[in-house]
Design a protein around this ligand. Structure first.
Ligand SMILES: [Zn+2]
Length: 210
């Protein structure tokens, strides 16, 4: 926050609205020294009187904190840029999570299978405690990986209905119960109600896909 810029802005708005420092101070129930301190950038108005101050100055708190008038146009541009940035971040995260899931499937799961199989061999070779331990570790890990995978499936990206092209986030239960081929899952579309294999997509909007 640029205190000096805010101070100058307060002074400008005060004059525009026909107040002297003393008159504004009286309205707010504070000393004119306090107003002078704001305007010279030595302090900021307390949060407790900010709203009231903004009312007298005919500005909003956002403008006060930026130290300038914000037009509707700028406001819109700002929020649109912000939204776009958030969406990009969300999509990047979804991509990373899905890549992680694939990695888990191709590297981690076979490793667990090896652990379980070696456990079984150890049991056969009468090294039963160690063998059982390996099998237990393997089984718990497979379940863990499954749960994480399911979580990623649910959290990352959207599913697209091949019939009406609706993109949506299914419920946990729908993902859990759905048979799947790769990342496509057989589910019921929440929009058109048709069942089919719904493929995984990264973004909510078709137009955004490169
Ligand atoms: Zn549909």
């Amino acid at each position: 926050m640029d205190q000096e810029k805010i101070g100058k802005f307060i002074a400008t708005c005060r004059k525009e609205n026909g107040f002297t420092q003393a008159a504004l101070a009286e309205k707010l129930g504070i000393t004119d020294r306090a107003v002078s301190k704001w305007e010279t950038g030595k302090s900021l108005p307390d949060a407790s009187i900010m709203l009231e101050l903004c009312e007298y100055l005919n500005i909003n708190v956002n403008e006060l904190l930026h130290g300038e008038h914000i037009t509707m146009e700028q406001y819109k541009d700002n929020s649109e840029a912000l939204l776009l940035e958030m969406k990009k971040k969300e999509e990047a995260t979804a991509k990373r999570m899905l890549a992680l899931e694939k990695g888990m499937l191709f590297i981690v799961l076979p490793t667990y299978v090896v652990i379980i199989v070696s456990g079984a061999y150890l049991c056969k070779a009468e090294m039963i405690p160690l063998g059982c331990l390996l099998i237990a570790v393997g089984i718990v890990s497979v379940i863990g990986a499954g749960v994480i995978g399911l979580h990623i499936e649910h959290e990352a990206g959207y599913y697209e209905c091949p019939n009406c092209k609706e993109r949506y986030v299914p419920s946990y239960n729908a993902v859990l119960m759905a048979p799947h081929i790769g990342t496509a899952r057989k589910m019921k579309c929440p929009k058109c109600g048709k069942r089919g294999y719904h493929k995984k997509v990264i973004s909510k909007d078709r137009a955004d896909e490169e």
